[in-house]
Design a protein around this ligand. Structure first.
Ligand SMILES: NC(=O)c1ccc[n+]([C@@H]2O[C@H](COP(=O)([O-])OP(=O)(O)OC[C@H]3O[C@@H](n4cnc5c(N)ncnc54)[C@H](O)[C@@H]3O)[C@@H](O)[C@H]2O)c1
Length: 319
């Protein structure tokens, strides 16, 4: 397969995923301009990327010069025109809210070069929901990355009804060029493969917390014993995903499906986590405190000592 023509990338939205996709694409040799609606968004992104630099050095054995080269290929702006006007590929990672995405697509339609491809990183929405608004339905599709892109290197590729074969070829080639395993999705599916598996898991875990059935550590301990060798449980995963994104997903789908349990979960996350500043790993606080969350500490999965029995028995009392 020949290389893609996608060398200049505009990353729209500099949050959790936008920051990671931008950093990783630059690390793999792409020129990336990162756009966010706010200076604050860009500042947070740059702070997070300092963390990614350390992770890439420790986990991927990146050298100082690899990190310097990555930084040199990244630029940042709050000017959408500047970000998109010369891009070959525009990747959208703004909040999971259809109105926000549509607004961005309409603005991009007036700016992007004719040939350029637009890809959404949406976790749960379908390309067909947006293809008209993009003004380029044949050059639009979903390219969905996982959080912690450096370790969970999948790129799910999903077409809308009008996405061209060439766009799919370009997006697949781009995924390979930046070291991803492409996951082709053969039918439009909310949540692709990854989130079709993950969201029900997170919803189930959150429902247990919301209803007061078990606390996050108990839920994760159960999951990690049942899936020996995994590195975290669903509440730890929620911290990685970020509470803002989860709250958006649960409130949108709760309303769409008239699912009261999902809506209760969205309200719980808003009140008990977001309003308390516990927005997840990126903030250093979510269900767990970072670094060194409880689930990474020695003994998390061990049979407890007898001194812990009274506290555990008290938790088993009906409330
Ligand atoms: N968090 C995850 O684990 C994850 C994984 C895969 C895909 N995604 C998807 O990626 C997208 C972004 O999610 P996230 O978790 O990075 O969100 P986030 O809330 O961390 O970041 C969103 C960013 O977009 C910015 N923004 C808001 N409105 C904007 C606008 N109009 N134009 C430009 N920027 C704007 C915000 O300032 C923020 O920096 C969503 O579609 C989500 O479903 C998220």
């Amino acid at each position: 397969m020949s290389n893609s023509k996608l060398d200049n990338v505009a990353m729209i939205g500099a949050g959790t995923l936008g920051g990671q996709i931008a950093w990783h694409s630059a690390y793999m040799g792409k020129q990336v301009m990162v756009y966010d609606i706010s200076e604050e968004g860009l500042e947070k992104c740059q702070a997070a990327q300092a963390t990614y630099a350390a992770i890439y050095q420790s986990d991927l054995e990146a050298s100082e010069s690899d990190i310097e080269a990555t930084r040199s290929r990244l630029s940042f702006t709050t000017d959408l025109n500047e970000a998109a006007k010369d891009a070959d590929l525009v990747i959208e990672a703004v909040p999971e809210m259809p109105d926000v995405k549509i607004d961005v697509y309409k603005k991009l339609a007036a700016i992007m070069p004719e040939e350029a491809i637009l890809a959404t990183n949406s976790s749960t929405l379908l390309p067909s929901a947006f293809s008209t608004e993009t003004g380029r339905p044949d050059r639009f599709g979903a390219l969905h990355f996982a959080n912690m892109i450096w370790a969970l290197n999948i790129a799910e590729i999903m077409a809308g009804p009008e996405t061209s074969d060439e766009t799919l070829r370009q997006l697949t080639a781009y995924a390979v060029e930046i070291g991803m395993v492409p996951i082709p999705i053969s039918k439009e599916q909310n949540g692709y493969v990854c989130n079709s598996l993950l969201v029900p898991l997170l919803q189930a875990a959150q429902s247990l917390v919301t209803k007061g059935v078990a606390d996050p550590e108990t839920i994760d301990r159960t999951y990690m014993i049942m899936n020996r060798g995994c590195t975290m449980g669903p509440c730890g995963i929620m911290d990685v995903v970020g509470m803002g994104t989860l709250s958006n997903i649960f409130s949108y789908w709760g309303a769409q499906l008239d699912d009261q349990e999902m809506l209760a979960n969205a309200a719980y996350i808003q009140e008990h986590l977001i309003e308390e500043g516990r927005t997840g790993l990126q903030a250093g606080r979510g269900y767990y405190e970072y670094p060194n969350p409880a689930y990474q500490q020695a003994g998390f999965l061990n049979v407890p000592s007898m001194s812990e029995v009274p506290a555990l028995a008290a938790k088993a009392k009906l409330s």
